[in-house]
Design a protein around this ligand. Structure first.
Ligand code: MRU
Length: 364
C-alpha cells in the first residue's frame, strides 16, 4: 500500500509527490514548519492528505514545545494552527483537521503537558487511520455506479497520494477493479502541475489497472467519440448546495459530460463539505505562482514577461453533478436538502445495489 503521510517515531513522513514518478522517496519532517512548507510547495497535496499532514504537523509542533505552562502552551498551539491555516486556502479538509485538533486540545486541557502532547499525537494518527477507512467506504458505495466494461475519465489525482491511502475517486476505481469489473481509466494529464500524468498514472500502473493518459484538451473529443462512460473526480470543497471546487479543468469536464449525457460523479469524504457556505461562489480559490504555467517539467515554455493567470481550482455548479459519493452513501439531488440532512446526522445511507440506472437529461 502507498503510504502518503504517517507518524514515524516523533517525525512526520511524507512521500515526496514532487519527485514522483521518477523517484520514490520520503521527506522526514522533524520541525512542523517543514510540514507547512511541504503543503505549500505540493510535496504533499490533495485535500484529505493536506488535512492529515496538518494534523500531524500540529502534533509535531506541540510535541516539541519547550513550554510547560498551560497558558504558554495554548498560545503556541494556536499560533501553530494559524500557520497551518495559512498554507493553502481552498481544501476544506485542512480547516476541518485544524478544528478537530483544536477540539481535542480543549478536551485534553487540564491534563499534564506530556499527556496533552501524546493525546494530540494520538488524535493525528486517528485522523490518518480514519481517512483510509472512509476512503474504503467511498469505494464500496461508488463501485455500484461502475459497470464492467466502463471507460472512466478522471482528472488530477484523487488517489492514495491525495489522501492517507486508497483514494476517493481512485478509491471508487480501485474498488470496482478489486470487485473484478473490467474497467479502463482515461487520465487527464492535468496541467499545469501534471498530477494526472505524474501521480494518477503512476498509481494505476502500480496496480495494473488499465489506464490511458491524455492531455486535458482531448477529453471532449473522446466523449464525442463515445469512448467515455462516466467521469469521477475528487473535491477540495463542497458548498451547501453541492457546488464543488476541484482542480482547475474539472468544470470544463462537467459541462462536456452534460453535453454528451455522461454521468459526472464527485467522490469525497464528509470532511470536504462546507455547509457554512451557501454556494460555490463563497469558496476561496487559490491562485498559484506564474512559474507553474510558464514552465513544464522545469523547462520554460513561454516567453519572459508574459502575463499569467493561474487559478489552481475551479467551481463546478451542483447542477452539472450527477451524484456525490461519500462514506455515508451516495448523495443525489436536490443537493441542498440531501447535504443538510447528511451533515446534521451522518447515518449511513444503504449501499447502492442498482447501479446507475437510466440517465435523464437533468441528472446525466
Ligand atoms: O493542488 P492539489 O494537487 O492539492 O489539488 C488536488 C485536487 O484538486 C484533488 O482533486 C482534490 O484535492 C481531491 S483529492 C482526494
Amino acid at each position: 500500500m502507498i503510504r502518503t503521510v504517517f507518524w514515524d517515531r516523533g517525525a512526520v513522513s511524507l512521500i515526496d509527490q514532487k519527485a514522483l514518478p521518477n523517484e520514490e522517496k520520503y521527506l522526514v519532517c522533524r520541525d512542523y514548519r517543514e510540514v507547512c512548507a511541504a503543503i505549500r510547495d505540493l510535496t504533499v497535496r490533495g485535500a484529505p492528505a493536506i488535512g492529515v499532514a496538518a494534523a500531524m504537523g500540529i502534533a509535531l509542533g506541540v510535541s516539541s514545545l519547550p513550554q510547560n505552562k498551560p497558558v504558554e502552551m495554548r498560545r503556541a498551539f494556536n499560533s501553530i494552527c494559524g500557520e497551518f491555516a495559512a498554507t493553502r486556502p481552498t481544501a476544506r479538509n485542512l480547516f476541518w483537521a485544524i478544528e478537530r485538533m483544536k477540539r481535542r486540545f480543549e478536551e485534553l486541557s487540564g491534563q499534564p503537558v506530556e499527556a496533552m502532547k501524546s493525546g494530540l499525537i494520538a488524535e493525528a494518527i486517528r485522523i490518518c487511520e480514519e481517512d483510509i477507512e472512509i476512503n474504503r467506504k467511498i469505494g464500496l458505495h461508488g463501485r455500484a455506479l461502475v459497470r464492467s466494461g466502463d471507460r472512466i475519465l478522471t482528472h488530477c489525482n484523487a488517489g492514495a497520494l491525495a489522501t492517507a491511502g486508497y483514494g476517493t475517486a481512485l478509491g471508487v476505481i480501485r474498488a470496482a477493479h478489486e470487485e473484478g469489473k473490467r474497467i479502463e481509466v482515461y487520465v487527464d494529464e492535468t496541467r499545469p502541475v501534471l498530477q494526472g500524468a505524474r501521480l494518477t498514472a503512476w498509481e494505476l500502473a502500480r496496480e495494473k489497472i488499465p489506464a490511458t493518459l491524455i492531455t486535458d484538451s482531448m477529453a471532449g473529443f473522446l466523449m464525442q467519440q463515445g469512448r467515455i462512460d462516466l467521469v469521477v473526480v475528487g473535491a477540495d470543497r463542497i458548498a451547501a448546495n453541492g457546488d464543488t471546487a476541484n482542480k482547475i479543468g474539472t468544470y470544463s469536464l462537467a459541462v462536456l459530460a452534460r453535453s454528451h449525457r455522461i454521468p459526472f460523479y464527485i467522490a469525497a469524504p464528509l470532511s470536504t463539505f462546507d455547509p457554512s457556505l451557501r454556494s460555490g461562489g463563497e469558496i476561496p480559490i487559490e491562485e498559484r505562482a506564474a512559474g507553474e504555467v510558464t514552465a513544464c517539467g522545469g523547462v520554460r515554455t513561454a516567453p519572459e514577461g508574459v502575463a499569467v493567470y493561474n487559478p489552481a481550482f475551479d467551481l463546478t455548479p451542483g447542477r452539472y453533478i450527477t451524484a456525490i459519493i461519500t462514506e455515508e452513501g451516495i448523495i443525489r439531488k436536490p443537493f441542498r436538502q440531501a447535504i443538510g440532512r447528511i451533515m446534521r446526522s451522518p447515518s449511513p445511507l444503504p449501499l447502492s445495489r442498482g447501479g446507475r440506472g437510466n440517465l435523464s437529461e437533468s441528472d446525466a
